[in-house]
Design a protein around this ligand. Structure first.
Ligand code: F6P
Length: 552
């Protein structure tokens, strides 16, 4: 079957298809036999972040053709266009400049977009975050009854939660130990109530994070938070001292009662799923302090420079993005899994899932034509130690070829050398996924020859399963900045190679509108009859209502 991967109808695409047919049955482990320098050739070191991509079915010829494809796809110019503030988010007529938020603390020349200098504005947001953080930390900015804030509750959803939550969960060991930080995103009232009851209303600051300030789930929780404060005795006129907000929609935020000096801007050219680098990073900034938040930015800035200026053959996000295409569009893999061995990175898979699936989950190319090749895979993952005891069976013996990222530290965050068990499992899994295992290696002794023969096939792991290994020295704010920026740019590379727009998300709007319609059918009498709903939906509404009224 000819490969239909043709985003640009380039000569390199045809060569790649031919090359794939030639090597697709090669054993990865044999490539190591043939070239003892394979590990050195197929790995990249960015300071304290080391990436080994040698356990993938790629040869030097594969890389040569993939790099030709990258060159011919216009990737170099696309990278420049992003950093220089071109309106690459075409369907929303916006630039994409989360990278500018990382350079605000450097001596870089100011960045302009749409004729407007934007660096000063981004620096102002950072400085406001820094002084707000200082006032919270030193107690000069308090709750309405004079108590210092000890509880911070981030209310937001999607990128307005995933980024802040990843940073807080990954870096809390570096943060202010007096602060208890919680997150509310779902409109599930039981969950919201559960979170609120753990907090002290007088000492609680809510941060409402919503770029649009129209996201229903966030507004429902904002309202619930106000009601909780009122019911806890906070006077109505003082409520606003317990709310900060992060939004592009200044008018709605102020109209909702947010005080101007509690309002932080997030710029229109910073996409929701990349909001963490500016205003949406307020919660982690308060936890860490502005200096460590600046370290986080500096890590990303380091990767930005390397992404923008390194030759593609030694450019980590480019190499990773090319390997993703090689798996997705040639091996036809359906998913991409992220397995961190360090518990502090437990939320990384969720963050990367939004980054990839909301950016590249598209089926129309930049020319508006339906694409006939695969775009974003399904992204999943979980802490690796748990995964080994749940889904790794399928990764070892299942019918799916599933590309995975394995990540582990060399040192624990407190600097202790107790990460060996994590690394041992990481390296072991990667080794066995690649080499497989024969029955006698995993067979319990004492069984009869006949039984061993009968069950051998069930106990054999065929191997030749790929993995990319990341080892980092220690999970610090700067390292996390490097890691997240690497994933961001890797996904940017995927989007260019797939010839799709990666910075809009029109696919999420219809569901929101339909939810409003159905909510009225669920809550207003006779509405369900008026609406021309599908019989399944109408039937579900009927059962739901009858369950609620105990008729069933
Ligand atoms: O519905 C998708 C989305 O717009 C995401 O892109 C975004 O991160 C999330 O919803 C929250 O949006 P907002 O920050 O505007 O509340």
């Amino acid at each position: 079957m000819t490969n239909s991967f043709s985003p640009y109808n380039l000569p390199s695409e045809k060569k790649l298809a031919k090359h794939f047919n030639k090597i697709k049955n090669t054993k990865i482990k044999d490539l190591f036999e043939k070239d003892h320098r394979r590990f050195e050739k197929f790995s990249i070191k960015n300071g304290d972040l080391f990436t080994d991509y040698s356990k993938n079915l790629i040869t030097e010829k594969t890389l040569e053709l993939l790099l030709q494809f990258a060159d011919q796809s216009g990737l170099k110019q696309a990278i420049e266009d992003m950093f220089c503030g071109e309106k690459i988010n075409v369907t929303e007529q916006r630039a994409v400049l989360h990278t500018a938020a990382r350079s605000v603390l450097t001596k870089e020349n100011p960045i302009t977009s749409d004729g407007e200098e934007i660096t000063a504005g981004l620096r102002k947001i950072f400085e406001k975050m820094a002084s707000f953080t200082k006032e919270i930390t030193n107690g000069t900015r308090k709750g309405s009854t004079g108590k210092a804030f000890t509880h911070i509750i981030n209310i937001g959803i999607g990128g307005s939660e995933l980024g802040p939550k990843l940073l807080v969960s990954a870096l809390k060991t570096f943060g202010n130990k007096n602060l208890k930080i919680k997150f509310i995103s779902s409109p599930d009232p039981s969950h919201t109530k559960e979170i609120l009851k753990q907090a002290n209303p007088e000492a609680t600051l809510f941060i409402i994070v919503s770029k649009s300030f129209t996201t229903k789930e966030t507004l429902i929780n904002y309202k619930a938070a106000r009601k909780w404060l009122l019911n806890s005795g906070i006077k109505k006129k003082n409520l606003n001292k317990h709310f900060a907000a992060v939004s592009e929609n200044k008018k709605e935020a102020l109209n909702s009662g947010i005080l101007p000096d509690y309002l932080f801007k997030t710029e229109k050219f910073i996409n929701g799923r990349c909001g963490i680098w500016s205003g949406a990073g307020l919660c982690p900034c308060i936890l860490l302090g502005a200096d460590l938040f600046a370290d986080f930015l500096s890590g990303a800035y380091e990767i930005d420079n390397s992404f923008r200026h390194s030759p593609f053959e030694k450019n980590l996000p480019v190499i990773l993005g090319l390997i993703d295409i090689w798996h997705r569009n040639f091996f036809k893999t359906a998913t991409w899994a992220i397995f961190p061995y360090e518990q502090a990175l437990a939320n990384l898979p969720f963050y990367v899932a939004q980054l990839c699936m909301e950016s590249n989950g598209k089926s129309v190319n930049r020319q508006g034509e339906k694409i006939n090749y695969a775009s974003a895979p399904i992204v999943w993952g979980m802490p690796a130690p748990n995964a080994q005891h749940s889904c790794f069976q399928s990764l070892h013996q299942g019918t799916n070829l599933a590309p995975i990222d394995l990540l582990s530290p060399a040192l624990a965050q407190n600097g202790e050398k107790n990460a060996e068990i994590l690394a041992a499992n990481h390296f072991a899994q990667a080794e066995v996924l690649m080499n497989g295992a024969s029955d006698n290696e995993i067979y319990k002794t004492g069984a009869s020859k006949n039984f061993i023969k009968q069950t051998a096939a069930h106990k054999t792991l065929r191997g030749n399963r790929p993995s990319i290994s990341f080892i980092y020295k220690k999970l610090t704010p700067k390292l996390l900045g490097k890691l997240i920026a690497t994933y961001e740019h890797r996904i940017f590379v995927q989007g260019i190679l797939w010839n799709i727009f990666s910075f809009d998300q029109w696919g999420v709007e219809a569901g929101k509108r339909m939810a409003d319609k159905i909510l009225s059918a669920l809550t207003e009498p006779k509405q369900d009859e008026k609406q021309k709903l599908n019989s399944s939906t109408a039937g579900l509404i009927n059962i739901f209502k009858r369950f609620q009224s105990d008729e069933l």
